[in-house]
Design a binder for this molecule. Structure first.
Ligand SMILES: NC(=O)c1ccc[n+]([C@@H]2O[C@H](COP(=O)([O-])OP(=O)(O)OC[C@H]3O[C@@H](n4cnc5c(N)ncnc54)[C@H](OP(=O)(O)O)[C@@H]3O)[C@@H](O)[C@H]2O)c1
Length: 260
């Protein structure tokens, strides 16, 4: 029996493409995000829509998430892999960013993901098998200007899930942290600005990023092998390695590259 996979942020971009590729492989899927109509659209585009359940949720509605886990477990009577993909980016300087935007970025990207994953944990522990995937970012490994809150939330995910992997290795629970650089999606258009409104337009870095289908094929290969931490992207990927050698060299390079 093929794995049952629950994907958050499945209404667009990376989550949508993961849904299509896993559906092509014959997996049964549970698709979550806030916009139910978009989830229905994605379901209709997938092969074997009868193998796909829709479960709308808002990652910031923490109290509702345990009930969402209970509902997800009734869709196909099991879950093998939770792909924590739902998230929102940021484009604003620290000095120009309202504190409430930092809270929003943490709520969506970090606390919502933690709340959902923690609510599923007793089930994974009970069946002595489970796999958490987290779409973090190269911004979970280093930072760049205009993304202070986003980078903070993505770094925090690494702290939590590295600890979870240690605490539950005897329960046969796997954790895969997938760290993309730029991928061609609406992530920049949807990024929060200093007052919490969306940026509303794309930028050249995202437009010239990895094609979403190509990224998802690589991501699925990493998940098939239960890889612990994988980096994807073009030159921005090498920032992860450069930071290990010289944090000051990375700092100088990022400032020089003037990335917005
Ligand atoms: N594209 C890139 O360059 C890039 C690079 C590194 C990391 N990432 C990460 O990849 C993940 C997917 O992003 P994407 O590139 O596919 O961007 P996207 O097209 O904007 O998709 C974001 C997804 O997150 C969902 N989402 C946002 N807020 C939510 C909330 N409060 N509750 C539930 N779902 C919510 C959205 O659905 P609804 O609006 O329907 O809720 C949407 O499905 C994110 O975690 C992002 O940080 C992307």
């Amino acid at each position: 029996m093929k794995d049952v996979i629950w994907i958050t942020g499945a209404s667009s971009g990376i989550g949508e493409e993961l849904a299509k590729q896993y559906a092509q492989r014959g997996n049964r899927l549970i698709l979550s995000a806030r916009r139910e109509k978009e989830l229905e659209r994605v379901k209709a585009l997938c092969p074997h829509p009868e193998n796909i359940a829709i479960l709308p949720l808002d990652l910031t509605d923490f109290e509702a998430l345990p009930d969402k886990v209970a509902q997800a477990l009734t869709c196909f009577d099991r879950i093998d892999l939770l792909i924590n993909n739902g998230g929102v980016s940021q484009r604003s300087l620290i000095a120009e960013t309202d504190f409430k935007v930092y809270k929003q970025l943490m709520d969506i990207n970090y606390l919502g993901t933690i709340a959902l994953s923690k609510a599923l944990l007793p089930y994974f522990v009970g069946q002595k098998k489970g796999h958490y995937a987290v779409i973090t970012s190269v911004m979970g490994k280093y930072a760049s200007p205009f993304r202070s809150g986003y980078a903070g939330a993505k770094h925090a995910l690494h702290g939590f899930f590295d600890a979870l992997r240690m605490e539950h290795h005897q329960d046969n629970i796997k954790v895969s942290l997938l760290c993309p650089g730029f991928v061609q999606t609406n992530v920049t258009i949807n990024a929060l600005t200093g007052d919490g409104t969306c940026l509303g337009h794309d930028d050249p870095a995202t437009k010239n990023g990895l094609e979403v289908g190509a990224f998802c094929r690589k991501a699925i290969r990493a998940l098939d092998t239960h890889a612990w931490e994988t980096y994807f992207g073009k030159k921005e990927k090498f920032g992860v390695y450069l930071k290990r050698i010289s944090q000051k060299a990375l700092h100088a390079l990022v400032i020089r590259s003037n990335v917005r």
